[in-house]
Every structure is written in C-alpha cells, then in structure tokens.
Design a protein around this ligand. Structure first.
Ligand code: HEM
Ligand code: HEM
Length: 193
C-alpha cells in the first residue's frame, strides 16, 4: 500500500497521526493546567468537558497509531548514529506511546471514580465502568498528574533531540517526519518558462 512507511522516511498516515496527536497534546495540556484556575461557573464545566473530549480523542488516535505502526512498520534507523542514541530514542518513543494511553486512561479513571459522567463533545455518553470510589480517585489523580510531568519532560527532550539533529547534525531525522518539500528538480521547469 502506497501510504505505508517506506524505508527512508515516515509515510503520510504516520506523519498525520504524529502531528495531529502532538498538536492535541499541547492543547489538552494547556487546558488541563488552566482549567483549575477558572471561577466556578458553567463555563468551567464546559472547559473540563472539552479537556475530557480531547483526551478521549487522543486515546482513539493513539490506538489507531499503534495499529498502523504494527501494520506499516517504521523506516530504517539512520546510518551513522551512535548505538546509545538509537537505544535512547527507542526507549523514549516506547515511553511516549505508553503515556499516550496512560494519560487518557488515568483521566477517565479519575473522572469515573469521582462519579462524573463522560461525554464526547456532547454527542454521546461513554459507559460508566466503575462506581464512585474516593481512594481510587486519589490514586488516579496522582497518576494523572505525575504522568503529565513525565510526559512533559519526555516531549521536551524528544523535540529538543529532533531540532538538535536538524540544526546541528543536519541529518534527516526531522525532515523524514515532515511532508516532502516540493522543490523542483532541474528538469521540472514551470510551464511557459
Ligand atoms: C493525553 C491526555 C491527557 C493529558 C495530557 C491531560 C493533562 C492534564 C493536566 C496537565 C491536568 C492538570 C494537572 C492535574 O491536575 O493533573 C489534568 C487534569 C485533569 N484531567 Fe486530564 N489529561 C488528559 C486526558 C484526560 C482525560 C481523557 C480525562 C477524562 C476523561 C481527563 C480528566 C481530567 C480531570 C478531571 C482533571 C482535573 C483533575 C483534578 O481534579 O485535580 N484528562 N489533565
Ligand atoms: C515539537 C514537537 C515534536 C517534534 C519536533 C517531534 C519529532 C519527531 C520526529 C522527528 C520523529 C521521528 C524520529 C525517527 O525517525 O527516529 C518522532 C517520532 C515519534 N514521536 Fe515525535 N515530535 C514531537 C512531538 C511529539 C509528541 C507530543 C509525542 C507524543 C506525546 C510524540 C511521539 C512520538 C513517537 C511515539 C515517535 C516514534 C514513532 C514510532 O516509532 O512509531 N512526538 N517525533
């Protein structure tokens, strides 16, 4: 299938999933940190609901991404990278995948154990899987908060590594996660010129 990942770069589906999830992570994190500071009005409930809906969306996209990853594979490791860097990148990516599931699931758990309903953008209700439970709520809250700070640290390190490779090593690490630039080759001159 032409959308699969070729040996030298990430294909369009992997890129689309990567950047959509990355944008949603930035948005949900900003909302998560901000929503607690809002005054107790109906708007606050709407903002919490938005946070939860985006979180459920991330969970579904993460699932799709994992399935796609197994189906479409990954491009080959760039030649010439030291072994420790390849290992660190693999471990970081695995941890990021784990957090893409752990964050929405701990959020879901903390919401359900507090006895709140869960809707997806006001369109439908998700099933209530557990009863209200104070100690589970506290545990889920701790996991959600600690998970977030670990996620933040990993994303900063991950993005910094990508930019370091792009700007200082000047290799293909970042470019192969971006759409191919449409530079014209010497034989492809525009019509009429
Ligand atoms: C990738 C997904 C998610 C990220 C990055 C994220 C991030 C955050 C952050 C940064 C906070 C504020 C810090 C804290 O109190 O922990 C927060 C709080 C919260 N999140 Fe999420 N969240 C995600 C998914 C979800 C989901 C799916 C739900 C519910 C279904 C949810 C429900 C909540 C709730 C209820 C709070 C307030 C916690 C409290 O009462 O102290 N989150 N989240
Ligand atoms: C500015 C932000 C980001 C940049 C510049 C960036 C860059 C990249 C690049 C260049 C790769 C390919 C690495 C390679 O080919 O070895 C990659 C892979 C990956 N990124 Fe990001 N990323 C960013 C944000 C995120 C976020 C927010 C997440 C998730 C929380 C994430 C999760 C991943 C994962 C899991 C992989 C491995 C893909 C796989 O093996 O399937 N990235 N990223």
């Amino acid at each position: 299938m032409k959308f699969k990942n070729p040996a030298d770069r990430w294909g369009p589906v992997s890129q689309l999933l990567h950047w959509t999830i990355a944008a949603l992570i930035v948005a949900i994190s900003a909302i998560g940190l901000w929503m607690d500071t809002l005054p107790n009005t109906p708007r606050k409930i709407e903002v919490y609901a938005l946070h939860k809906s985006i979180g459920i969306t991330i969970l579904v996209l993460a699932l799709l991404r994992l399935v796609w990853r197994f189906y479409a594979g990954a491009p080959a490791t760039l030649a010439g990278l030291p072994r420790w860097q390849v290992r660190t990148a693999t471990l970081t990516h695995a941890a990021l995948y784990a957090l893409l599931f752990a964050m929405p699931l701990s959020g879901w758990l903390l919401n359900a154990s507090a006895g709140y309903p869960l809707q997806w953008f006001g369109l439908f209700n998700l099933p209530r899987l557990i009863e209200r439970d104070e100690s589970l709520h506290e545990l889920a809250q701790t996991l959600h908060e600690a998970g977030f700070w670990i996620l933040l640290a990993l994303v900063i390190a991950h993005a910094a590594a990508a930019f370091h490779h792009h700007l200082f090593r000047q290799d293909e690490t970042l470019a192969r996660m971006l759409p191919r630039s449409r530079r014209r080759g010497p034989l492809e001159t525009p019509h009429g010129s």
